[in-house]
Design a protein around this ligand. Sequence first.
Ligand code: AP5
Length: 222
Amino acid sequence: KAEPPLRIMISGAPASGKGTQCELITKKYDLVHIAAGDLLRAEIASGSENGKRAKEYMEKGQLVPDEIVVMMVKDRLLQSDSQEKGWLLDGYPRSMSQATALKGYGFQPDIFIVLEVPEDILVERVVGRRLDPVTGKIYHLTYSPPETEEIAARLTQRFDDTEEKVKLRLQTHNQNVEDVLSMYEDITLKVKGNAPKEEVFAEIDNALSKLLESRKATSESL
Ligand code: AP5
């Protein structure tokens, strides 16, 4: 019988490296990457009423109301590619109510990865972050500079990536993080995110390989 696909949640402060690690995880494990922030930015880009409302909260570094976010994430999780390949949920849930809603819909992750990075480093990461609108790849002017002049010329910055706004985002994160952690204590993997991205990934990769091995061993012994 085929193994069920992996279901992963990844969490951490703003700029702790969630998106960067998700690029590396999906490349190796071929999961569907579902990032709450990306879904919201796509909604803003579409010009919808929900997008307009969401942007007001994102500008202030606050959580977008559940009535917008919860359905958006649930619908994406229910799409056939997520169900078939497995999912990597990034930046969701960020509150007790979101975690409870997710559970209520029957979505239970196999592992909850939390990236831990000291606060003083986060600001520097945010201010130097750049995005490639063509490939979606995440860069940093110092830590992950673009490979070519052509890419460098087209890089963009997120509207909430200023020092002032990241401090508000961090406040929101700190207010909610304990609540969310308490819901997934038994499956939480804390990873030190203040190391080169390849090292951070090596730790995550190791944990995921072990998880897959132990699932295989359990199913073979049945
Ligand atoms: P979201 O888009 O999720 O932003 P965030 O949580 O603030 O996280 P980031 O995307 O900023 O950072 P990241 O951890 O992905 O870091 P990255 O890999 O890019 O959310 C935005 C807003 O949407 C929220 O404020 C909220 O308003 C709303 N929202 C989202 N989810 C919501 C929800 N569930 N409910 C309600 N509202 C919600 O890395 C950052 C930089 O550091 C990059 O430049 C990268 O190159 C560099 N870097 C990464 N790793 C390393 C490393 N190991 N060493 C050196 N540099 C590194």
